[in-house]
Design a protein around this ligand. Structure first.
Ligand code: NIG
Ligand code: FE
Length: 414
């Protein structure tokens, strides 16, 4: 089979290339290529441009033509840079409890919440976990998400965290999406650990992180900085040690109380995620830094809490990615495009800002430069929506699904 392919004509191609990683973006800045073609070689994009010019240029002995006969809008494959899709069980009862007046933190304090999922996840075998994670990843891939970050954090012991991260790697081999594993051993102090938060984090630094690094099970470390989890001071010590080993840093920051984003900036974390409770000062500090702010509208919708002040962060010059936070507790929906569209209506985001947040800015939140735009040299990850006008996509609030999903040069869904 020929490795080179020319795909087109595409009615509107939104390359998302050459746009700023930081700050507000107007829709007038959105580069739109009309009647475009994408030339691929293997898993990479070689060239994009006017379809007729590319068509005349190619040698049909070498290049397979994939002609499109309908109207399509092309976007880079979406990137969900914050999920917890490796879990067992359900927390439907937490959802009902919250809706009858209990808060997320009250449920956590009374033994439900994250600990409940830890108990269920520990009971599941690694291979079952891999299977369930891969099937959730396939669901996301079908919706156009070609790269998915997946956190551990429901194991909370050396062996159980290794089990989770190994399962995420097994799931990565089962799905055609790319899974990026993050260690979230610092999600909560496990109830069965004999010692305090500091002792637990020290234990993880000594016994878990070096193995993960050596075995290539994760290059990223996350921590939940919150009253019910870990303090700023504990986080600083832990993250410094993780960084010394060589890990990239990301933080669950300012979800219910301010504090985490300050640590994220201090640690030059790749991203600070949540930010629903960030103060003006937190946002200013974040906007000045290179740390990407990640809004998780799925958690706001799931908990009935305020949205991340995305507009403010962008207007202050900060960077904003948007992710689903798909998890069994606060964000069970798992639908990035729907959530990003809803965030746009409440936070008054331009279409370009939303698309940036789920493509190249999300790639930046993962420290990835080889995806997130449709441009020469990038992975051939792109999606085709069945419309001739890009504005239709968010307008349908997630109800318009991609007609075709291409991952690493292969059509994986149509
Ligand atoms: O990002 N905030 C902490 N962690 C997850 C929730 C995980 C859970 O409730 O199971 C979050 O919202
Ligand atoms: Fe999360």
């Amino acid at each position: 089979m020929k490795d080179k392919k020319l795909i087109g004509p595409i009615t509107q191609l939104l390359s998302m290339d050459q746009l700023p990683v930081k700050g507000a973006i107007k829709d007038s800045q959105l580069p739109i290529l009309k009647h475009a073609g994408i030339l691929l070689d293997g898993d990479k994009i070689v060239e994009i441009g006017d379809f007729e010019i590319l068509r005349k240029k190619i040698d049909l002995q070498e290049v397979r033509r994939i002609d499109l006969s309908e109207n399509y809008v092309a976007l880079p494959g979406m990137i969900d840079c914050h999920t917890h899709i490796c879990f067992a069980g359900s927390r439907a009862k937490d959802f009902a409890l919250r809706n009858s007046g209990k808060s997320y933190l009250e449920i956590a304090e009374s033994g439900g919440g994250i600990w409940d999922t830890v108990t269920q996840t520990r009971k599941m075998s690694g291979s079952e976990l891999a299977k369930i994670t891969a099937s959730r990843a396939d669901q996301l891939l079908e919706n156009g998400i070609t790269t998915i970050e997946v956190k551990s954090g429901y194991g909370l012991s050396v062996l159980e965290e290794i089990k989770m991260l190994t399962s995420i790697h097994q799931a990565n081999r089962k799905t055609k999406a790319d899974l990026i594993a993050t260690c979230l051993a610092a999600h909560l102090l496990p109830k069965d650990f004999e010692g305090d938060e500091t002792a637990y984090l020290d234990w993880m630094v000594q016994k878990l992180l070096p193995i993960l690094y050596k075995e290539g099970l994760s290059k990223r470390v996350d921590i939940f900085i919150e009253k019910s989890a870990f303090s700023k001071e504990q986080a600083l010590v832990y993250l410094k040690k993780a960084k010394e080993i060589g890990f990239q840093i990301t933080v669950h920051a300012d979800q219910f109380t301010s504090g985490g984003s300050e640590v994220a900036v201090k640690m030059q974390a790749l991203s600070a995620d949540h930010l629903e409770a960030s103060s003006e000062e937190d946002l200013k500090r974040l906007a000045k830094s290179d740390t990407i702010g990640v809004a998780l509208p799925g958690a706001s919708i799931g908990l009935g809490c305020p949205f991340t002040p995305a507009r403010k962060l962008l207007d202050m010059g900060g960077s904003l990615a948007i992710a689903s936070d798909w998890n069994p507790g606060s964000a069970p929906m798992g639908d990035l495009l729907t959530q990003a569209s809803i965030l746009a209506t409440f936070e008054k985001l331009s279409t370009t800002e939303v698309f940036a947040g789920i493509t190249f800015r999300a790639a930046a939140a993962l420290g990835l430069t080889n995806r997130g735009t449709i441009a020469a040299g990038q992975y051939a990850d792109f999606i085709l929506f069945p419309t001739s006008d890009y504005q239709e996509i968010l307008y349908h609030q997630g109800n318009m699904k991609p007609a075709q999903v291409w991952k690493s040069g292969l059509k994986v869904f149509d």
